[in-house]
Design a protein. Structure first.
Length: 179
């Protein structure tokens, strides 16, 4: 893969808010998640756990992402992947304490980016959802009540009336400098 192919993937991937309701096959979700789990992490800590939610369970999960009228489109998602914070290793914990940096949050962001790009490469649309009822999510997913779930990624197939939108980005000279 060359830089132009990666750029095309980035230009194609967008937050889908118009899923067509078709379920994403379990094997496809597995391949997307296994690919995303190749993401790097501080000190190779891999402080994460992905939980895929398919079938009827996805209909139970969607309302937990829709408080105050948010994310109504989630009801039509074909699958969900909860990105859960896991245990970091000792080296990463020590480095985080010394540097005053939350390496785990960085690592989960990198993993999430890998997840949505892997989904797009597999022909599956996605949307990263930060609005959620974490306590109820933990209960539904069978997790300890204090487990952090920073994001849930909705997966599915975009409706045909949801075209790829042009990217609107700040001018490069305001976000990038060479010294």
């Amino acid at each position: 893969m060359n830089l132009d192919e990666i750029r095309q993937l980035y230009l194609h991937r967008q937050s889908c808010r118009a899923f067509d309701g078709r379920e994403v096959p379990a094997e496809c979700v597995r391949e997307i998640c296994e690919t995303a789990l190749l993401a790097p992490s501080a000190c190779n800590a891999q402080p994460w756990k992905l939980i895929a939610v398919l079938g009827d369970k996805r209909k139970e999960l969607a309302p937990l992402l829709q408080g105050m009228g948010m994310n109504r489109f989630a009801s039509d998602a074909g699958a969900f992947v909860a990105v859960c914070e896991g245990e970091s290793n000792l080296t990463a914990k020590m480095g985080a304490r010394i540097k005053g940096t939350d390496f785990t949050a960085n690592d989960l962001g990198i993993l999430t980016a890998h997840l949505v790009l892997a989904a797009d490469a597999a022909g599956v649309s996605s949307c990263i959802l930060g609005w959620r009822d974490e306590k109820k999510l933990c209960a539904l997913l069978g997790l300890r009540p204090n487990t952090r779930i920073p994001v849930v990624v909705a997966l599915g197939y975009a409706r045909s009336d949801d075209p790829i939108r042009p990217k609107k980005r700040k001018p490069t000279d305001t976000t990038f400098t060479i010294l």
